[in-house]
Design a protein around this ligand. Sequence first.
Ligand code: ATP
Length: 619
Amino acid sequence: MIRSLCPFCAAAKGLNPRWHSRAASTLQKRRPSRMDLSPNVSRGPPKTSETGQRPVRKSRANSPFGGMNVTEPPRPGYGVKRGVSISEQKRAGGKYGSKEKKEEPKEGMKALKMQRALSSISYEARARVKQTLQDLESFGDFDLLPVIKESVSTQALGGLSEVSPTPIQRLAIPALLGTEDGKHRKKSTEDGAKKAIQHFLLAAETGSGKTLAYILPILDALKRAEKAEAELSRTLAAQKAAVIPASRQLFELPSPPLHDETLTNVARPSTIILLPTSELVAQVGALLKNLSHTIKFKSAMLCTAYTSTVIRSRLFSPQGVDVVVSTPHLLSSITESDPNVLSRVKWLVIDEADSLLDRSFSPITSGIIDRVTPSLQQLVLCSATIPRSLDSYLAKRFPDVRRLVTPNLHAVPRRVQLSVVDIEKVPYQGNRDLACAQTIVEIGKENGEDGEVVSVGGGGKKVLVFVNEREKAAELTGFLRSKGIEATALSRDSDDRAHADVLAEFTGQAIPSSSKLHAPPTSPRSGLDALTSPSPPRPVRGVKVLVMTDLGSRGIDTTLVKHVVLYDVPHTSIDFLHRLGRVGRMGRRGRAVVLVGKGDRRDVVREVREGMFRGSALI
Ligand SMILES: Nc1ncnc2c1ncn2[C@@H]1O[C@H](COP(=O)(O)OP(=O)(O)OP(=O)(O)O)[C@@H](O)[C@H]1O
């Protein structure tokens, strides 16, 4: 009887009947726990009597993944021991800090408000925009030329099926086309009267497809203008033929070929796209190149990575050029020797406008805007943040600018998690470099349970490390390498060619054959002991690191990156947004770790985490 019921029977032939019944009763006792989840599984550990809060697991609290998968908003100081800086004490009016100072500010984001870095946008305005975006569900809903609609998935998005426009694309494409609210675009008037220039600001969170949002309507306008010009010249030729009697046409000399460059598009582009770095020029240039195969237009990317001969041959190509992508400095120096390059520009895009109109870039960028104004039809400014400085620049210079702002502007993408490592605690005791190295090692050890893409660019997880100071990038890279971590520094000090090669591994673009990240010797490794030991480093496998300053945080489409380490606490919420924006792009998941030490603004970090948890804007 027992034999037929017992699951041990098959293996237990000849088993002593006493053992047999003991094994069966043990199995019966265990069965409920093996088969069912505890009824308390959703409750979590009990709250402690002192704090009334659930305890933080000690082993995980000060690690890159400490505090993840929580179901309650991080309470103040969660994962970070709240310290009171001298400046906080001064602000609170006491010498060493009274009881009130340790209390949380009643209104959220007090520290971020004090930075006053970002221009605020009301939640009513955001909600209104959200409402208007619901009707546009596919690129087919836009009044774009058929060839442009078809090229979106095949050329721009690498063959992605079932693409739908992102919020900024839904907002900007109809506005730039002039077809909002079902309006039909006006036919261009040929009466010589110049239309008023339209100014637009496209502002949307990082990695939300702003590039296509301006490129598609501009290419549409460019192709329609080209068609209209061709029709006009055919009409003029027909009129001329009708006026001159057939007998005279026999003796009419054929028109000379057009040698005058001012009448052709040789070095006279109709569209200029300005970007702050050569890497971004290459990124947007590559997208245009792909689109040009089907849409048929000529584009030229100009950046210092190319020799002056290459730049000249691209710009002065006898086939002409429609779209030029460049950095403001390079374009400005080209136009010094050939000012006519800017004489026929109808569409000017200032991408990463928060950088290109900041104090350092603004004189050059504004100079280019001034010089294209006589022929300009549309000026498009594009940015992931609206700093207050940009806001006041626009109010002064372009008071009529149309601001196309998405509902999630200034919020970190929802699928990004930020955790904190306190470098003052054991085992780092203030050693930030060591904390950084250990964080990277732990990231490398985490298994890719969420299907992380690791194969492109030679395998391994890609980690971006952001430092505040340029000099630190090289120094930290040296330290990480000395610990066996495959790290490369990306800063203005390294040359453009090396930038392109290294970045290709992190963006998923084809890697040029010359590409080689600095690779350490290979053999297995272990944890923190290996980092602190004086013996030669054992290489850390499966992780590649790029150390960069703010240079890399703007606009680079690092779709393969899922981990960012903020070695320093960023100076402003703008830097937070750009740096965290390298992960979580287009709805992907991402993880970020910020290292905090003695002199760091823990209050800012705390507010950023709280804002991220709520999905709200970082003010
Ligand atoms: N409609 C879409 N559907 C799916 N993917 C898209 C769509 N539009 C753009 N993408 C992809 O999203 C990624 C991010 O796009 P893009 O670089 O234009 O973002 P961005 O908003 O300019 O980011 P940043 O603020 O960092 O400059 C790119 O890889 C792009 O190919």
